[in-house]
Design a protein around this ligand. Structure first.
Ligand SMILES: N[C@@H](CCC(=O)N[C@@H](CS)C(=O)NCC(=O)O)C(=O)O
Length: 201
């Protein structure tokens, strides 16, 4: 199988880290691509034109990191997503909050990258307010995931690390020391070391 990624994509990082955690590297080849260059092989797999996209041996290609992670998790018996019940819902909720935090961080970055006169403070302010609220929620809910090793905790750690890359001036680590300690524990794992975005990204 082939997983199409970009080196900085946090959604792709979730999938890549899960592959490494589950030691599935020999079954899934990671292919780097640049979605903004409109590569035809990516668009043939995912008409949305986004990474990650998973080309499987059989069946249609998969898009959207939660779906791809669910598929990857089903490839062996080591469950990173609980099969059912409230524990499954909580893991999926943590992933949804983490993915939403990434969405807000990307939205803010796109706004900030516009020429100054085209920037709209309303939108950057809105994205930032959402980021701050989500950090508050993650901090108050952290007992649900801070000692867990599952897709929910992995997703939250990926999203927090993405804030370091794209919104470093927020300095969330100083405001939330327990979330900082949580993220550092994940950053020490091989799955995070091997998927660290390039320093010049
Ligand atoms: N909900 C999707 C989001 C994927 C996404 O937005 N990927 C970005 C890279 S971080 C992308 O490929 N953007 C290219 C584009 O928007 O054209 C997921 O979880 O996989």
């Amino acid at each position: 199988m082939k997983l199409y990624v970009s080196p900085t994509s946090p959604y792709a990082r979730k999938c890549r880290a899960l592959i490494i955690e589950k030691s599935l590297e020999t079954r899934i080849q990671v292919i780097e691509t640049k979605p903004l260059d409109d590569p035809s092989e990516l668009q043939a797999l995912n008409p949305l034109g986004k990474v990650p996209a998973l080309e499987r041996e059989r069946g249609p290609a998969l898009m959207d990191s939660p779906l791809i992670c669910e598929y990857i998790d089903g490839l062996d018996d080591e469950n990173w997503i609980p099969a059912r019940g409230e524990s499954r819902i909580l893991v999926m909720r943590q992933q949804a909050l983490a993915d939403g935090l990434i969405d807000l961080t990307i939205g803010r970055r796109i706004e900030m990258q516009r020429e100054k006169k085209l920037q709209w403070d309303y939108w950057s302010g809105r994205w930032e307010a959402g980021i701050r609220r989500t950090l508050e929620t993650l901090d108050s809910d952290r007992q649900q995931f801070e000692r867990s090793v599952d897709l929910g905790a992995l997703s939250v750690a990926v999203a927090l690390c993405y804030l370091d890359l794209r919104f470093s001036e927020l300095d969330w680590r100083a405001q939330y020391p327990e979330l900082d300690a949580f993220a550092k524990r994940w950053q020490a794992r091989a799955s995070f070391i091997e998927t660290e975005p390039p320093a010049d990204a």
